[in-house]
Design a protein around this ligand. Structure first.
Ligand code: BJW
Ligand code: ZN
Length: 253
């Protein structure tokens, strides 16, 4: 199934992987889009924007408390773990995630750029001061920043907000240098993240998509595999490892 792709991977020096909510779906974290997705039940602009937070911080915190609790109970799945192994199979390997659930770090991936923040971190709406605590925030009594008195919000990136320039700049630089770029479990609808695979491809990378369905990126991809990342990634990594050791020790062939 992966034979042709693996011939490309064997010669690739730098591999960049972009993940989205789909990679955590098999851990039990809901995705955003699609029938079962969060945006099927909730309106994004009423929860994931600064306007929504300023209008009703209580509702927004109730939603984030619910998601934090849910994410706090789940574990990395076979897809996350395969990416940890994949990191060892390339000279350079960068993982860029849109996810805020921290599951890549929990799995053991090392070089991770979290484009949309982390649900367990909090920050002040006014001075951006960071507050690290994982527990529930009382929605009726939202803590205030000790420096400026601003309300505390989750340190995630909402619609209309800039991504951390250092993080998104690093992600673009890595994508430009990628020999192979994987887009895994993302609908590729949210920018600037969705621009990364396009930039990689325009700079000569082999573009690979893994998703349970086709996306707007599929047409651009050099390879696309329809299936669950938790099924496909371990198989791909096992085959790549085998081909890598055969390349190192041809007498075993
Ligand atoms: C599986 C699977 C399995 C399931 N295995 N696969 C250019 C063009 C158009 C619009 C814009 C543009 N540039 C900027 C914009 C505006 C906006 C945007 O992109 N809008 C579009 C939606 C139209 N972008 C922004 O506002 C960004 N900021 C910005 O650009 O700042 C500059 C600026 C400022 C002011 C004005 C203009 C510009 C910020 C975006 C922040 C996104 N935030 C969220 C919430 C994060 C916090 C939280 O979690 O609470 O991030 S929204 C949500 O979408 C979340 C995700 O990270 C993000 C992407 O979703 P993802 O991961 O792709 O999930 P899904 O559900 O969409 O897809 C899951 C996929 O998995 C599906 O394809 C399934 O098939 C698949 N799947 N199971 C494999 N087992
Ligand atoms: Zn403050």
């Amino acid at each position: 199934m992966f034979d042709e792709l693996i011939s490309h991977l064997i010669n690739a020096r730098r591999c960049v992987v972009l993940t989205g909510a789909g990679i955590s779906a098999e851990s039990g974290v809901p995705t955003f889009r699609g029938k079962e997705g969060l945006w099927g039940k909730f309106k994004p602009e009423q929860l994931a924007s600064m306007d929504a937070f300023m209008a009703s911080p209580k509702i927004v915190w109730e939603w984030y408390n619910w998601r934090r609790e849910l994410m706090g109970q789940v574990r990395p799945n076979a897809g996350h773990l395969a990416l940890v192994e994949m990191e060892t199979l390339f000279e350079e390997f960068d993982l860029v995630t849109q996810n805020v659930d921290g599951l890549h770090a929990m799995a053991g991936s090392k070089s991770i750029l979290e484009l949309h923040g982390n649900i367990y971190r909090n920050k002040c709406v006014d001075c951006d001061g960071i507050f690290e605590f994982r527990g529930d925030i009382a929605p009726d009594n939202i803590p205030q920043c000790g420096h400026c008195g601003g309300k505390i919000r989750p340190d995630v990136v909402w619609f209309g907000e800039m991504l951390d320039p250092e993080i998104i700049d690093a992600a673009f630089a890595q994508s430009e240098q990628a020999d192979v770029f994987f887009s895994i479990g993302t609908s590729a609808e949210v920018h600037p993240a969705a621009t990364l695979p396009v930039v990689a491809k325009n700079h000569g990378a082999t573009l690979v998509e893994i998703n349970v369905e086709e996306t707007t990126l599929t047409e651009l991809a050099d390879f696309h595999f329809i299936g669950k990342s938790g099924d496909l990634l371990p198989k791909l990594v096992a085959q790549l490892k085998e081909r890598r050791s055969l390349a190192q020790f041809p007498e075993l062939a």
